[in-house]
Design a binder for this molecule. Structure first.
Ligand SMILES: Cc1cc2nc3c(=O)[nH]c(=O)nc-3n(C[C@H](O)[C@H](O)[C@H](O)COP(=O)(O)OP(=O)(O)OC[C@H]3O[C@@H](n4cnc5c(N)ncnc54)[C@H](O)[C@@H]3O)c2cc1C
Length: 290
């Protein structure tokens, strides 16, 4: 006999897991999971607790949705609501610093996997999923920080939200990389800094003097200072993300940076390879002035 939860608490209303999980759990027509059917049949209430406010800004960037994820979003009827706002791509192009295309690889084979890669602004995806939750009368409680689990038994879990004790029959943690829920399951698992760091910015494509018309809008350029990568964020490629990736020593598992990198490491990344360019430009300017 399957014992159904009387109610479900979900920690974190983030991009990937939480909203997709909830939609999957509660979706009435499409989901094939037993839990979804059970939740629907039993009318099981479900609450999402999110530590940030409803107005909190997302990382101002896009997200690539690859075929596996697109299949889920298609099942959940999310894809049909966002696909007109996506940049579609099936290839990845690699260039060298002489502007020679060194490689063009198939990234998402539509014939094999049913979809090309889709890329869109992440806030559009998040906003659309939140609207869908609202349409299904699922509550997100904002400014509600999960503080830990007090006790659990076969009937449910007692946990802290903003210091107040709450109870649910089942608790699902989808609170991101530095998860507090995960600490309860395994206190020793911590994010580990791998030494790779990226610097990201956005620019209107028409504000750049490209080497020639119809310049490839999406490519990775591998040159002496490191790799530079650019990719459109919208269907007409009006805005492009540009990202530079490099490695820094970084303070591994430093508490202050939550295992990430500090400001010195970031500025170090910007300086790598660029300092020489700046020095050369200044020295050229000085010699033409004298
Ligand atoms: C620059 C960048 C580019 C990326 N590009 C891609 C890409 O192209 N394609 C792709 O698939 N993925 C990409 N990712 C990864 C993707 O963003 C993550 O995998 C995804 O956001 C993870 O979703 P999540 O719901 O698990 O966690 P998050 O999106 O991190 O959400 C966790 C949520 O939990 C909340 N929370 C945390 N702690 C608590 C607490 N104690 N109590 C209550 N709430 C809490 C947070 O406020 C947050 O809203 C990228 C990531 C970055 C940083």
């Amino acid at each position: 006999m399957v014992i159904l939860p009387a109610d479900v608490a979900i920690i974190g209303a983030g991009l990937a897991v939480s909203l997709e999980t909830v939609l999957r759990l509660i979706d009435i027509e499409k989901s094939e999971t037993a839990l979804a059917l059970a939740l629907h049949r039993q009318n099981i209430p479900c609450t999402i607790y999110e530590s940030r406010s409803n107005e909190a800004t997302e990382v101002a960037s896009g997200v690539v949705l690859t075929p596996n994820r697109l299949r889920i979003l298609d099942d959940l009827v999310v894809l049909s609501r966002i696909k007109d706002r996506c940049w579609l791509a099936d290839h990845r192009t690699y260039k060298n610093d002489e502007d020679v295309t060194t490689r063009k690889t198939l990234a998402a084979n539509e014939d094999l996997y049913g979809f090309k890669d889709h890329r869109l602004w992440r806030r559009i995806l998040l906003m659309e999923m939140k609207i869908m939750l609202e349409e299904r009368c699922i509550d997100i409680v904002y400014k509600a920080r999960f503080g830990g689990i007090i006790a659990e038994d076969e009937t449910g879990v007692h946990f802290l939200i903003n210091g107040e004790i709450k109870r649910a029959s089942m608790l699902i943690g989808t609170d991101g990389t530095v998860s507090t829920v995960r600490k309860y399951i395994d206190p020793d698992i911590r994010p580990e800094y791998t030494g790779t760091v990226g610097a990201l910015a956005h620019i209107r494509r028409d504000s750049v003097r490209w080497p020639y018309a119809d310049y490839e809008p999406q490519f990775t350029l591998q040159g002496k200072p490191g790799a530079f990568f650019t990719m459109p964020e919208d269907p007409k490629a009006e805005h492009n993300a540009g990202r530079r990736q490099g490695t820094t020593a970084g303070p591994a598992n430093n508490e202050d940076t939550k295992g990430g990198v500090g400001i010195d490491d970031m500025s170090c990344l910007f300086r790598v390879g660029m300092q020489k360019e700046v020095d050369d430009t200044l020295s050229n300017q000085r010699s033409s002035a004298s």
